[in-house]
Design a protein around this ligand. Structure first.
Ligand code: GLN
Length: 470
């Protein structure tokens, strides 16, 4: 069977009777089974997907199928689906089954999507390489000795390996865009409040968003439009209407790139060169591309890690050995149930962040760290919005390096610096997309990131459609 890279070609073949949906599911399952050593899927819902494929195939015949008929989708293991296991790749949720589905999932199912399985990720979405999972590392299908990125590493790898058409990830500081960059995909982080977080296991609630990973921009747009919009189960969702994307315009864009980005220490010469080439291409296509100063760049990683760990320390308090999943066998009373269960079942990175978050929220240090980081968040938002009052888009490489070798980034600070270009969108709540536009000199893909004004996903889709055609 051919490798389908977008839903419209699947639909065309389904309609023409050249393809059957149960066969398509078989094909994806076979792909998954061929490369289990990549450790992408924690669970494959083979029988359920096949049964749904049969049912949707009849709907297609009757002309009653939804907009996602033909779309086989993988789900990050931190998004809840009724009656299915969900662990956030943590031992602490081992065996836990969800009693409700995320709103985003409900909306996909209502349009006849088929869910093929749940994907490995960094534990509680904390990481940039998918090396922090309690269920083992994920390998990058494009080069098995490299990481796929994180934390939605399994989701990106599944799409890149042709094990499904698209996947859902979550993005708190880059976890959709960074793996998209490492695996050569489109990855979208919508505006904060655009897609419901109901049913997404919380990491840092004022940053988290669910979003799509796909090969084609059209598929990302479709998933976004179906999942977006007000949900009474998540009070932070916006009631602003979701307008269907009208297609790319003609007017050239005014694009800013951040001066300090280009001087960023961690950026490899090859990434810099690939980025500069994209700037020239955009200029050649008639857009204006200009450097603007953004002196706050060096503060965004510290601000992000103080605020997200603070939120995580609170969010993860619920995993106490009583309510969900794992309980220590040595526990004797309430105190030892908490202490032992949490000590035994949280991984090293998660513990580091809970400790750091608890520290920055403690009475003696609250003002020095947490309040200061909140002030920085405000400044970053103001400065970014000021740039966007003059420019349609801000452009950066999605990542300072291409996918790195497994086990090569050992200290946490270097790993945190991976997020230098992506966290700005989460600190500000603005929408951003990583597009597979560039290739570094070692042949690995590199994403180019665009960031737009709040609720201006259409501008991201517009630049995507124009650039991805070249
Ligand atoms: N790499 C970042 C972190 O570890 C981003 C994670 C995410 O977006 N979930 O926090």
């Amino acid at each position: 069977m051919q490798d389908y890279t977008d839903l419209s070609s699947i639909k065309a073949d389904l309609d023409a009777g050249k393809l059957s949906l149960p066969d398509l599911v078989e094909h994806y399952v076979a792909r998954i089974e061929q490369r289990t050593h990549l450790n992408i899927f924690l669970e494959v819902w083979k029988e359920e997907a096949k049964a749904r494929a049969e049912a949707i195939q009849s709907k297609i015949k009757d002309g009653t199928a939804g907009r996602l008929a033909g779309a086989v989708i993988a789900v990050k293991d931190n998004i809840c689906i009724t009656g299915h296991k969900v662990t956030a790749s943590s031992k602490i949720l081992e065996g836990f089954e969800s009693i409700y589905s995320a709103t985003a999932i409900e909306r996909l199912l209502a349009e006849d999507a088929i869910l093929i399985g749940r994907c490995n990720c960094d534990e509680f979405a904390m990481g940039s390489s998918n090396e922090n999972s309690a269920y083992g590392i994920v390998r990058n299908p494009l080069d098995e000795n490299r990481v796929p990125g994180g934390s939605s590493g399994g989701s990106a790898a599944a799409v890149a390996a042709g094990m499904c058409l698209m996947a859902l990830g979550s993005d708190t500081g880059g976890s959709i865009r960074q793996p998209a960059s490492f695996c050569g995909l489109v990855g979208l982080k919508p505006t904060y409040g655009r897609i419901s977080r109901y049913g997404l296991i919380a990491y840092a609630s004022s940053f988290d968003q669910i979003g799509p990973l796909s090969r084609s921009i059209e598929d990302s747009i479709l998933l976004y439009e179906i999942m977006a919009g007000r949900d009474i189960m998540d009070g932070t969702t916006s009631s602003k209407k979701v307008e269907p994307f009208q297609g790319a315009g003609e007017k050239p864009f005014k694009i800013a790139y951040l001066q300090e980005c280009m001087e960023s220490e961690g950026m490899t010469p090859s990434v810099k060169q690939a980025f500069e080439e994209q700037v020239r291409k955009l200029e050649a296509a008639g857009h204006t591309v200009e450097a603007v100063p953004f002196p706050l760049l060096e503060s965004i990683i510290p601000a992000y890690y103080i605020l997200t760990t603070a939120e995580a320390s609170s969010n993860l308090a619920r995993f106490d050995g009583i309510h969900y999943g794992y309980r220590s066998e040595e526990a004797k009373d309430i105190n030892s149930t908490y202490v032992l269960s949490r000590s035994e079942a949280f991984g090293e990175e998660v513990k580091r962040r809970i400790l750091l978050g608890t520290f920055v929220l403690s009475a003696g240090y609250y003002d020095a760290y947490y309040t200061k980081a909140q002030k920085l968040r405000r400044l970053v938002k103001e400065k970014t919005e000021e740039i966007l009052s003059d420019y349609d888009l801000i452009m950066t490489p999605s990542t300072p390096t291409v996918a790195f070798a497994l086990d090569s980034v050992k200290d946490p600070i270097s790993m945190y610096l991976q997020d230098i270009f992506t966290v700005q969108a989460n600190l500000t709540g603005l929408p951003a997309i990583s597009l597979p536009l560039a290739t570094a000199d070692d042949g690995m893909p590199l994403g180019i990131q665009f960031l737009a004004k709040a609720f201006h996903e259409d501008v991201l889709f517009d630049i995507a459609e124009r650039t991805m055609q070249h």
